[in-house]
Every structure is written in structure tokens, then in C-alpha cells.
Design a protein around this ligand. Structure first.
Ligand code: GCU
Length: 663
């Protein structure tokens, strides 16, 4: 078993009461409404029953009256919702659209594989986030920006791939409720600029049809300067009539060729990418120009707020990268067209192991918003360390912004509950590649699975999601489940412990972002500093410093602004503190640094010790693959611990109270 099917592996035999009598599928859906989604739903049931029980399900068309699994439409249910229930041994899957039927099928299969019985089953679910998206940072030469599990399975040598793996990918994504996928890197260069030309139209159409069969809309990242880079215009000024016409014509062509296309994701005026700033125009000008061009085709423009000055002078203590997203977009609130969604990273910096929530959440009240997280573990161990990120995402979603009296959390905002927006949701930078097991570390698949499940049902806990994934992937063995759960649920905390302390972030090797380097970014142009000296560490983001803390709504602003009230885990993000400062935990900053780093390593040791006991209980190949990574993580966590502890011991001259080994 190579894990090519990840959590949809039907080769594992299961036992689930109530499945024995199921011999057939009854499709009680009129012929003219039986689209490819319904066909794929039936095919999935057949595939699963063949694999799980060696049983061939018969298919009866045109009736929902029979013993087995019945699929039928019921008017009045919300879009994409399903109702799955058992009655006298008969299973019914109802929805008002075929996407709901497909999700219902996957819910039933999940229940069969994770539960003990189908008796009394009664599940009704409606996804609350309209947009549940994966953003792939795949380049057309086959490489993946921040990819840690092999090469791209969408592109190779500037060609688009559509094959068996594409189908498996679509099934996996749909099984957890993903309904939108961007296939190419936000940094659009070279061949990728041509994705909107004739050159790739046929293949994209083919791909979009595979996706559509699983309820997934294809999206592309767009090069803002395409009219120039394709050699057709001298300018990309969003207010120029010539440029606007160009985009209208181009979009008419693209949607004519690829009618299933959902729209585009744009990174503009960021890290060297072109954008409207060149012409003295705003992001609203740029986004709206494109939004107008795609509107006739029902297209959506997703515009990223990851905009900052990456040419900063490290000597400059007033400019603050953390402020830049907010400062660039807050004044544009309400100025974007309805088919524009702003995509906002979860924190103001860049996917660090700990950051405050982005202040645009709660700041913007009249603009469609989407939360962007990263399951590619760029800064969280690059899929060599285990780091289950769903607990972090849960915290982010639960963050109270105080943007409204009620329904004011990030979750409320991106579900459309706060401001009543319909264009909103959540996107994750994807963690997949062409590695046999998709995600490099077998346990990193829990982040892919978990992201989808969380976006579909944000009320699920990180633990519930982890248990599901473990059972689906490794079966229902108590010891396996408890061990894997222990590892997953402790992994983020462990990583945070041996990483940069107290929310400061960035102590990584520049460029590739792996492994400790305390000063790696300290004298660089990237705006990512810790400002440590012999007395203290941290960035002053109070009003005496960059003022960033005041960008939040009250009471968040006052809490962050006040070093006495600021939560420990973010203290150094918001304040420059002496090493001798007493945290709420009762420890000094320096002692916290030492203790957390020793603890982080101990946590990893404990995880590995427990994991080793699973030998023989997991598929051999998978066990070996994980063991190799755990061995590396053990060593590498020590490297983190020792470099960080030693650095701060040498800087501060303050010894560890417990007299442990620091160099
Ligand atoms: C990070 C990452 C880049 C990426 C950028 C983005 O900075 O390191 O590779 O392009 O984020 O989100 O656009």
C-alpha cells in the first residue's frame, strides 16, 4: 500500500454494522438532471463497496424505491447541503443539487469507515463558507514554490497534466468539501503568463471538466502585467481604456474556451510582482478593472492583501511590515466590486508558527473577505517535522474582532455571518506534490484533510478531525488512534516551543526558511526583525513604537498595547522586553526561552517514543517513511534548541536557573 489514495483507500477491510444488506444504488433523479456529479457519486459508491467488501453494487435508475442506497433531490435544502439517513436498513442521501449528493456520498463513506454502525444514522450538513479553496504554488516547469512533497502533478515541462492522479486529487479534495482550486503559483512568470492564451486553452478545459465532475471550480493565478508581457500593450494602467478593453477581450476569449473557470487569484505590487502602483493607481482600481472583465461570465477576482515593502532598511524602526497590509487596504474598504474577494493571510507577517490575527479582519466591514492559511509547512517544519495546524486554524477562526456586537469572530466574517457577504470563505496554500503519499510526511496529509473538513464544518474540533483522518487512513485500532492523536495534537505546541520564542518569529535561514538562524533575517531588507540586544528582545509595536497594536478594535488594541495584559505567546511581537521581565506564567522572558526550548525537544522525544511502539501496526512503508522523518525531527529540534538557547545566553549573560547544558 503506497498511500496513493490517501484517506480514500478502500483496500483496507472494515467492519461497520448495517453495510451487509447494501447491494444496490437507486438513483431517483430525473434523467435530465443526472449530470457528471451524479455519475461520479454512483461510481464512488461502487468503487468503495468493491474495495471495502468485494461487493459489486447494482445500479437502478429512475427510482428511489428499493433496499440499498437511494439518491434523490429534495427542493428547499441549501446549496451543497446534504441529508444522509438510515431507515429500516435503507440509506437515503438527499440534496437539492448534485454537489450536495456527492458530499452526502462522501459523508456516508466516512461514516462507514470511521463509525461502528449505520443504524440510526441521520446527518444533515450545509457548508457555511461559500468558498473552500486550495491555492497551489506550482510552477509550469514542474517545480513548486514552497513545495515539500515532490514536484507538481499539474505541470511538467511547461505542459499541463491531466491523468489518473488528477482524478484522484479531485476525489480527495471533494471528499473533504473543497470546491475551488488554483493550480498555479501566485508569482506568475514565464509560461504561466500564457495560461490565458490559446496555447493552454484545450488542456485547461479538460482539467476544468475533471474538476467540475467533483464540484470543483478551476481558478488561475494571473499576471497583472499580462497585456505587456504578452507583448500586446505598452501599459497595464487599470484606468486606461485600451488596457480595460484588452482585458475584456481576453476574458471573453478565456471564458469562451473554459466555461467552467471560476476566476483568478492575483498577487500585485508585492515581492516584485507588477501591479497598479506603477501607475499611481490603487488596488481597488486594479481589482475592479479585472472584476468588470470577468463579471459577464460569472467570474470572481480574488485579490491578495499580502502587500508590503520588501526593500526595507533594517535600521529603520518606524516602518513596520506588519502594518502594511492594513495600511494599504483599509482606506479602500467598500470600494471593491461585488465579485472581488480580498484574500488576507491569517497573520500580518507570513505564516509564522505564531502570529496575531491580521487586523484587516474586523477592520474591513464593507468588503468581501477570505482567510488565507498555509498548509504547506513553509515555516512549520516543511513536512519533515510533524506540525498539525488545525488547532492553530481553530484559534484564528475563533478570534473575536469586535467588528460587530455579535457574530464578530474571524469565522463569522468569512462565513458571511457578520456582514452578510456571499463571496467569502477560506483558502489554504496547498501541501501536495507528486510524492507517492501526496504530502511527503504521511502525517502532513492530516493538514490537507483537516483544512477541507474545517472549512466545510468549522464547528468540528481539531481533535475530531484528527480522529477521523487517523481512522480513515490507518483503520480503527485503538493504540494507533491514541498514539497518532497524541502526536498530532501536541505537534504545533512542540514546534512553537523549540522555534522562535513568544511570537517574534523569523529565526530561520533566509530564502529556504528551514532550520534555525537567529540573525538570519536581522540585517536584511525583509522587515522581519527581533531587535535583540544584551538587555532585551522584541519589536515595539505600541504607540511609542510602530503603532501596530492600535490597528485592532477595542478591547484588542488596549490588550495588545499594554505589556502587562498582552498574552505571553505574543509578547515579543508587540513589545521590546527586558530578559528579566516576568511573564504571566511567572517565568522571566529568558527563563521561558530556555524552558520552552528544552520542553519542545522533550515533547518530540515523547512523540517519537510513542510512535516507535506502532511498529508492525502500521503499513511498513508508511511506518518507515515516518520513522525517518521523526529521526530527523529529533535531531533538528535539538539544533533549534541549542542555537536559540546559546544565542540568548551569550547575548544576555543570564544563566539557566536549572543549570542545563547551554553552549
Ligand atoms: C512567502 C513565501 C513566498 C510567497 C509569498 C506569498 O513570502 O516565502 O514564496 O511567494 O509568501 O505569499 O506571496
Amino acid at each position: 500500500m503506497g498511500f496513493e489514495q490517501a484517506w480514500l483507500d478502500y483496500a483496507r477491510k472494515i467492519s461497520c454494522e448495517g453495510t451487509d444488506g447494501i447491494e444496490a444504488v437507486f438513483v431517483g433523479i430525473d434523467d435530465d438532471r443526472q449530470d457528471i456529479l451524479i455519475k461520479n457519486s454512483v461510481a464512488e459508491l461502487q468503487k468503495a463497496f468493491a474495495g471495502l467488501f468485494g461487493r459489486k453494487l447494482a445500479v437502478h435508475m429512475g427510482t428511489a424505491d428499493g433496499d440499498g442506497i437511494c439518491l434523490l433531490f429534495r427542493e428547499g435544502m441549501p446549496a451543497e447541503a446534504y441529508h444522509v439517513y438510515e431507515n429500516g436498513g435503507k440509506i437515503t442521501i438527499e440534496a437539492s443539487d448534485s454537489q450536495g449528493i456527492l458530499y452526502g456520498v462522501f459523508a456516508l463513506l466516512r461514516q462507514m469507515q470511521t463509525g461502528d454502525s449505520l443504524r440510526g444514522l441521520d446527518l444533515t450538513k450545509a457548508p457555511v463558507m461559500p468558498m473552500r479553496m486550495l491555492d497551489h504554488w506550482d510552477n509550469m516547469d514542474g517545480s513548486i514554490e514552497r513545495g515539500y512533497s515532490g514536484e507538481s502533478f499539474f505541470f511538467e515541462k511547461n505542459e499541463i497534466l491531466v491523468n489518473e492522479r488528477t482524478v484522484t486529487y479531485a476525489r480527495l479534495a471533494a471528499s473533504v468539501g473543497i470546491n475551488a482550486v488554483v493550480i498555479n503559483n501566485v508569482n506568475v512568470k514565464d509560461a504561466a503568463t500564457r495560461l490565458i492564451t490559446e496555447r493552454y486553452a484545450d488542456k485547461l478545459k479538460e482539467l476544468s471538466e475533471v474538476f467540475a465532475g467533483y464540484g470543483i471550480r478551476l481558478y488561475l493565478s494571473l499576471n497583472y502585467a499580462a497585456p505587456m508581457e504578452l507583448g500586446e500593450l505598452q501599459s497595464a494602467d487599470p484606468l486606461s481604456e485600451e488596457v480595460r478593453d484588452w482585458w475584456k477581450r481576453r476574458m471573453a476569449f478565456v471564458f469562451g474556451q473554459i466555461p467552467n473557470l471560476g476566476g483568478f487569484l492575483i498577487k500585485a505590487d508585492s515581492e516584485g510582482r507588477p501591479g497598479p502602483f506603477t501607475y499611481g493607481r490603487t488596488h481597488a482600481d486594479g481589482a475592479n478593472m479585472l472584476a468588470e472583465a470577468v463579471a459577464p461570465f460569472g467570474g470572481t477576482i480574488i485579490w491578495r492583501c499580502f502587500v508590503y515593502n520588501c526593500q526595507q532598511d533594517w535600521r529603520d524602526e518606524k516602518t513596520d511590515r506588519a502594518r502594511s497590509g492594513y495600511d494599504n487596504f483599509i482606506g479602500l474598504d467598500g470600494k471593491f466590486l461585488d465579485n472581488v474577494i480580498l484574500q488576507i493571510k491569517n497573520g500580518p507577517m507570513d505564516f509564522q508558527v505564531r502570529e496575531p490575527v491580521h487586523p484587516l479582519f474586523g477592520g474591513l466591514t464593507k468588503t468581501n473577505q477570505m482567510l488565507e492559511v498555509q498548509i504547506a509547512q513553509e515555516y512549520t517544519g516543511q513536512q519533515r517535522h510533524v506540525c498539525y495546524l488545525i488547532p492553530m486554524f481553530r484559534e484564528i477562526l475563533a478570534f473575536r474582532t469586535y467588528a460587530a456586537k455579535e457574530h464578530d469572530t474571524v469565522e463569522d466574517i468569512v462565513c458571511g455571518r457578520t456582514f452578510g457577504q456571499k463571496n467569502c470563505g477560506m483558502a489554504a496554500v496547498a501541501n501536495t506534490g507528486n510524492d507517492e503519499n501526496w504530502t511527503g510526511h504521511d502525517m502532513a496529509a492530516a493538514n490537507w484533510y483537516g483544512f477541507g473538513r474545517l472549512a466545510f464544518e468549522p464547528e468540528l474540533s481539531a481533535e475530531e478531525i484528527a480522529r477521523e483522518w487517523i481512522r480513515l487512513t490507518f483503520g480503527k485500532d485503538k493504540q494507533v488512534e491514541e498514539t497518532m492523536l497524541y502526536i498530532l495534537m501536541n505537534s504545533w505546541k512542540a514546534y512553537e516551543n523549540y522555534n522562535a520564542p513568544l511570537g517574534i518569529g523569523w529565526m530561520v535561514n533566509p530564502d529556504y526558511h528551514y532550520g534555525p538562524s537567529v540573525d538570519g533575517y536581522e540585517y536584511s531588507r525583509w522587515g522581519t526583525y527581533h531587535r535583540a540586544d544584551h538587555l532585551g528582545i522584541g519589536v515595539d509595536r505600541s504607540s511609542a513604537g510602530t503603532g501596530y497594536a492600535l490597528l485592532y478594535r477595542e478591547p484588542n488594541a488596549s490588550v495588545y498595547h499594554d505589556r502587562e495584559r498582552c498574552p505571553d505567546e505574543l509578547l515579543l511581537f508587540f513589545h521590546h522586553m527586558p530578559y528579566t521581565w516576568k511573564l504571566k506564567s511567572g517565568k522571566t522572558v529568558i527563563q521561558h526561552i530556555y524552558d520552552s526550548h528544552f520542553e519542545g525537544v522533550e515533547m518530540v522525544d515523547e512523540m517519537v517514543e510513542r510512535f516507535e511502539k506502532l511498529e508492525g501496526k502500521l503499513p511498513e512503508k508508511s511506518y518507515q517513511r515516518m520513522m525517518e522523518r521523526f529521526a530527523h525531527q529529533k535531531e533538528h529540534a535539538r539544533e533549534w534548541r541549542d542555537q536559540i538557547n546559546t544565542y540568548f545566553y551569550r547575548k544576555s549573560g543570564i544563566p539557566d536557573e536549572k543549570g542545563r547544558n547551554i553552549y
